[in-house]
Ligand binder design. Sequence first.
Ligand SMILES: [Zn+2]
Length: 295
Amino acid sequence: MALQITAAGQIHLKRWVQELQDDLADVLACHQCGADQDLTLVVEDEEVRIRCPHGHEWSDREVVPWAVRQVLHQSYTNSPVWLASPGQIMGMALPLIDEDQTLQPFAVDDVDEDDPRWGWECDTALPEGPALVQSMRLARDLANGAMLAEGTLFDLWHPAVGGDPVLSHMTTVVLALAIYAAAEQERRIILKEVSLEAVRLQLAATPADLLRALRPTGTADWGGRLRRVDAQRLDRATDQEWALWHGAALATVRCQAEFETNAHWSRSPSLSLVCRQYWEDDMTWYQGEIGGFPV
Ligand SMILES: [Zn+2]
């Protein structure tokens, strides 16, 4: 599907200047008439064409589909329009869902203090936040990068182009459960140290009903459990719905693996860190009334 957006006002970008080894601020403008307002960006077949209001058309190697998807998000949220450099992430573009945030109750009677999983959950909570909360942050970072890189995921997920935020959210939940499971297996306290391959294996090799039934214990005070609505959606999903979430979670991991091996992206120092570094995100939306965990 072709994407198209006409940006109101100027489009700012930073151009890499080889001699300076640095980025310099610039404004996108028509080569023929100099127009720098109301430019239209069109993405088709992973190529970007830029059109000025007088019908002149050109392309610019700094203007990539990755950046246009972020412009769509910025316009959708009425934020200033900045064109990202190839591979640069300007912020979290994954939609949030406004719905009941109540977490599943902390099942204190079910906690067996000798259960190694309970001990591990407690160990993770203090330094970095509960395991599931860390997993959700990582999953959202991964999904954000994948959505910017893959037009098919953007079309599926982003409301600016008619995508469904519940679909993106449930994909991140499935991905978070896989990260959680991989971390538990390796007894990781800092979950971003889990390898992408371990997460991929959890998705590819864990029987669907096991991953689908996984319900992190969390802690009494800091959450770390699924939202009630998420647990219900996992319980009630048809096989087709599950396959859609699970397939998109695998696509997200595959996309990240490509970033990490693709020299094309290597100029951007942040990109290989999509999985290793938290982007600014509002995690209170997943905390319900509990909150208060250290981040
Ligand atoms: Zn022009």
